[in-house]
Structure formats: C-alpha cells, structure tokens
Ligand binder design. Structure first.
Ligand SMILES: Cc1cc2nc3c(=O)[nH]c(=O)nc-3n(C[C@H](O)[C@H](O)[C@H](O)COP(=O)(O)OP(=O)(O)OC[C@H]3O[C@@H](n4cnc5c(N)ncnc54)[C@H](O)[C@@H]3O)c2cc1C
Length: 261
C-alpha cells in the first residue's frame, strides 16, 4: 500500500509581511511544518506500522521547503517530493490544489492521500477536497479516527459539527485529519543521521502531464487579494470551575492539547 501525505511549510512567526499583490513574503522568516500536517504524517506512520505501507510526503513551495521533507524523514517517512518552480508562485487555493494533484499523479498512484485539516497561514481547509475533485477520487474531511484499514477501503470516523459519522471509502481516496487523531512522534536524531543525504525528488512544471502555464501560479489563480487587514480581536475565553486538583488536571490536558507540553 502506498500513502502520500501533503505537508506544507508555514511561517513559524506571526511577524510576516505581504507584498503589494497580497502575497506572503516568505524569504528570511522562520518556517516550520504546518502543525496540522504533523497529525497527517503520524496517521500515515501508524498505518505503516500496522500494514507495512510505504509513506511518501509531497510539498509545493520554494526550495527551502526541503526542510519539512527532511523533518518528515526524521519521523520515519520513506520518500519526499518537492514541487517547485517560479511558475507555481502566487498560486491561490485552486492553483495550489491543481499543482499538488498533478504532482501526486507523477509520484505514482497512492491508494491513500492524507492532508492536515488546514494550515496555520492560508487556513482555508480547501486544498484537500479540491485535490480530490481534480483527481476524481472520493474524500472525507475532518477525520477523527481511523477505525480499520481494509484491503480496498478504509473505515473512518468523521467529526461533523453536531454528530460523529462512520464512513467507509474505497481506495484510492483522500482524507483530511483532525488534530489529536494521534500524538505526533518527535523527529529522531538517529533517523536524522541516517537520512541526512537522502535524495528528495524535485518536480517542476516541465515534469507534469499538463505543462500549460496558464493553469499554475498566479496565471491559474482566479482569486485576487484586494485588501489585507488584521482581524478584529475576538479572543477565545474559557471559564473553568472545579477543585484545585480538577483545575490542575484540566490545565494540564489543555496545555497538552495545544502541544505546549
Ligand atoms: C491571490 C492569492 C495569492 C497567493 N499567493 C501566494 C504566494 O505567492 N505564495 C504562497 O506561498 N501562498 C500564496 N497564497 C496562499 C496559497 O494560496 C495558500 O497557502 C494555498 O492555497 C494553500 O491553502 P491553505 O494554506 O488555505 O491550505 P489548507 O486548505 O488550509 O490546507 C489543508 C491541507 O492541504 C495541504 N496543503 C496545503 N498547501 C500545501 C502545499 N503548498 N504543499 C503541500 N500540501 C499542502 C496540507 O496537508 C494542509 O494541511 C495565495 C493565495 C491567494 C488567494
């Protein structure tokens, strides 16, 4: 079984600037793997441990996005693919999804594609479902649990606003996973040493089946950023009551959930 996980490099800071077209200026800022994608990688590795699957990761971004692929290698991922080309720059969600779907089709035919729920920079949660539409495969979003991996399908629990639904989908398919589905493992120093020279496969537009540059980057992006402004403050507040011990436990659980500890 082959699994492909989509991972994205996102700014590791809120001190980001945008250019006059509304594009994020990523040069020179601290970056990290999108936190939600750590859950996607962990889900794939858990399936690998049970079924012996091969786990690949793919990212679209500038050459420095190699760093998130190396981090995935340190977690136990088998192969990494980087889609990078100046023609991909300025992509909106539609163009990003199309580029990733073209790239995945170049890597082979994974039975299962796993995405994070959303990113911490773009934050749309649309890339996974749009990729599935481009590839003509079924998808399930907001997956909270993997119940069973069968030979030709996967049984998952999907977190809907007011209900939990159990869904079985046939391979090939795409799922987007919720944070907390599994606890992501830490990158291993041993694997860091073992994989430091591991080759990453680069794809650019010329490698794709569709090489029409009108479908990529800013040319393939119908969305225009008109204005960027800070959102109004609406800080989430939670009020807890209980004994000292209960509140202590609750605080511990909350900090663990937010991955501060
Ligand atoms: C007009 C416009 C111009 C833009 N220009 C740029 C630009 O120049 N440079 C730029 O970096 N961004 C640009 N963006 C933002 C870019 O479109 C989004 O970052 C991108 O579409 C992903 O959307 P998202 O972050 O909301 O992902 P979501 O849909 O929230 O992500 C869901 C999941 O999809 C997967 N995923 C998402 N993006 C990637 C990726 N790149 N590689 C691998 N997996 C991924 C991950 O698994 C992630 O957890 C632009 C957006 C607009 C509207």
């Amino acid at each position: 079984m082959e699994i492909t996980v989509c991972i994205k490099q996102v700014p590791g800071t809120t001190e980001v600037k945008v250019d006059e077209r509304g594009n994020l200026i990523r040069d020179g800022i601290d970056s990290k793997m999108n936190p939600y994608d750590l859950y996607a990688v962990e889900t794939a590795l858990k399936i690998k441990e049970k079924s012996g699957a091969t786990v690949n990761v793919i990212t679209m971004g500038p050459p420095q996005s190699e760093a998130v692929i190396r981090e995935a290698f340190m977690m136990g991922v088998d192969e990494g693919y980087l889609l990078t080309d100046r023609k991909f720059a300025g992509a909106d969600v539609l163009a990003t999804s199309y580029t990733l779907s073209q790239g995945i089709m170049k890597t082979g035919k994974p039975q299962l594609i796993i995405c994070g729920k959303q990113t911490t920079d773009g934050d749309t949660a649309q890339v996974g479902p749009e990729m599935a539409e481009y590839m003509g495969i079924p998808h399930v979003a907001n997956v909270k649990k993997i119940l069973e991996v069968k030979e030709n399908s996967i049984l998952v629990e999907m977190d809907m606003p007011t209900t939990l639904e159990t869904v079985e989908i046939q391979f090939p398919c795409l799922i987007t996973v919720e944070k907390g589905i599994f606890q992501p493992r830490l990158p291993s120093y041993k694997r860091k040493k073992e994989t430091k020279d591991k080759l990453i496969t680069y794809f650019s537009l010329k490698d794709f089946d569709d090489r029409d540059d009108k479908n990529y980057g800013i040319n393939g992006s119908p969305t225009q950023v008109e204005r960027i402004f800070p959102p109004e403050s609406n800080t989430d507040k939670e009020t807890w009551t209980g004994s000292g011990e209960e509140l202590g436990n609750k605080l511990f659980e909350k900090l663990a959930e937010l991955k501060f500890i």
